[in-house]
Design a protein around this ligand. Structure first.
Ligand SMILES: [Ca+2]
Length: 247
């Protein structure tokens, strides 16, 4: 009887929690920013933007949304995700196969690297740099050498879920935007299993964002003050949100 129960439990995937949200506060966001990467560090937001000729990384003032300091990418490169590792910002590009390292202190370039395939989002999980590439797979790389350590397939109730975009690590779990949707998923990085998802329907309209390119993208976590920030591409607003009605 105990064995049968254990087998049934193993066959039945763990239920996936669904959450809504409430807006805690909104802030200005540069509506010309094609947001690709977002993180919080030591009192400031850091944002990476895409599009050829317009890709940059910047340290932003939260209250005004303005760039306090920025670094441009070469005009033939399409910027994607960024994350902090040690005293560096590490960033990837969409289809260039080129990544960059900048000093987080002054955003001066301190190196570059190559990797296979596309680059979408990046985040640090423990000592590994985790890279999304638009597929359902997350690659774990050594941030010093960019050698691949392992990869996991992200699954929603057993089915691979593709289009994983911007990433953020919160309390050991990987949060991911799903491109072209209003959904953020929370992933167990050890197994790839999606534990929960957050339905952010309505936020794009609240931001006054228009156009099919203007999708939800960008998650940043202020670990000290436990603040969760989200925004989207070309959105004139950036939000602090809280999860609500999780069930
Ligand atoms: Ca992020």
């Amino acid at each position: 009887m105990v064995l049968l129960f254990a087998l049934a439990a193993a066959a039945d995937p763990a239920p996936i929690e669904r959450c809504g949200y409430r807006i805690v506060q909104s802030y200005p966001h540069d509506a010309t920013s094609f947001t690709q990467g977002l993180f919080w560090d030591d009192g400031h937001l850091y944002e990476a933007t895409g599009q050829y000729g317009q890709s940059r990384i910047a340290r932003l003032d939260l209250k005004t949304g303005r760039a306090l300091i920025q670094a441009k990418l070469p005009s033939d490169q399409f910027g994607e995700g960024i994350t902090r590792w040690q005293d560096q910002i590490i960033g990837v590009t969409w289809q260039n196969g080129i990544g960059h390292r900048w000093s987080i202190k002054d955003l001066k370039p301190v190196g570059s690297f190559r990797y296979d395939g596309e680059g979408w989002g990046v985040t640090m999980v423990g000592d590994s740099l985790v890279l999304s590439d638009g597929s359902s797979e997350l690659r774990f790389l050594d941030p010093a050498t960019m050698r691949e350590q392992k990869r996991v397939t992200v699954r929603f109730g057993g089915r691979p879920l593709a289009m994983l975009n911007e990433l953020e690590t919160i309390d050991g779990q990987v949060w991911a935007n799903i491109w072209m949707t209003d959904m953020i998923v929370r992933i167990d990085p050890a197994t790839g299993a999606i534990r929960s998802y957050i339905d952010l329907s309505g936020l794009k309209a609240d931001a006054g964002a228009k156009g099919s390119d203007s999708v939800l993208n960008g998650i940043a976590w202020d670990a000290k003050k436990k603040r969760l920030f989200v925004t989207g591409k070309y959105w004139p607003k950036l939000y602090e949100i809280a999860l609500a009605d999780c069930r």
